[in-house]
Design a protein around this ligand. Structure first.
Ligand code: NI
Length: 227
């Protein structure tokens, strides 16, 4: 399941992130790539232990915490500290699958990557190319969103970034370990949650249908969640 979430960051937060990233020390993106993907990856990243990554990562994590759509779609148990990358003219990332397990060097932090997220920090008119291409269960999806918007997709997907032919594409990306590792179960819960939201608009909160659906949602999460 692929979900696009608008306005994860405010325009002010995007502008601040871009200002800090402008002064950051960018390095070759191969530093966080696995063996196969290192051969496929041509981009720049901000080092994950840098002050810039840490500060901006906190802004992104805070934004995720206030976003009910991210919570409902990803059902996050743990989120890897957000990373920041950029594709200048001529850069791209060929098709690959991200590593299943991600460990933060020098810490005991380790997650299984269930859900991948890309939070766009450049507006589409600032660059040509640079689309994120995701091979989803329902076919190939091409994603290019306004700055501050984010796409969430299963980490099991083969994905690539098309070559940038003009300008520069900046983004934050990160992985989440989900309470529910199976994407099809997560998709059911997400659609269930959306239906409950619609039902609550039409019926009072103490209506038996609202109570029953809400109870069933939570009991399904209880059945499927792994903590
Ligand atoms: Ni990737």
């Amino acid at each position: 399941m692929l979900v696009c979430i608008p306005d994860v960051l405010t325009p002010d937060e995007v502008a601040y992130c871009r200002k800090v990233l402008d002064g950051a020390g960018w390095v070759d993106g191969k530093v966080t790539a696995g063996e196969q993907s290192a051969k496929a990856k041509y981009n720049l990243q901000v080092p994950e232990h840098s002050d810039e990554s840490k500060e901006l990562g906190q802004i992104v994590l805070k934004a995720l915490g206030r976003n009910p759509t991210f919570t409902s779609a990803a059902l996050p148990l743990r989120v890897y500290p957000p990373l920041f990358n950029r594709y200048d003219k001529g850069m791209n990332f060929h098709a690959h699958v991200d590593n299943a397990i991600r460990a933060l060097p020098g810490t005991g932090f380790r997650i299984r990557t269930d859900v991948s997220s890309t939070l766009f920090l450049s507006d589409p008119e600032d660059y040509d190319g640079g689309e994120l291409v995701i091979q989803d269960t329902y076919g190939t999806q091409t994603v290019k969103l306004p700055a501050g918007h984010m796409v969430v997709y299963p980490s099991t997907s083969l994905h690539s970034v098309n070559p940038v032919t003009r300008g520069s594409r900046w983004a934050s990306f990160f992985w989440s370990q989900s309470l529910v590792k199976d994407d099809s179960k997560r998709a059911l819960l997400y659609n269930f949650d959306l239906s409950i939201i619609e039902t609550r608009k039409a019926l009072p909160d103490d209506h038996p249908a609202v109570l029953g659906l809400t109870a069933t949602y939570h009991n399904l999460v209880r059945q499927w969640a792994e903590i």
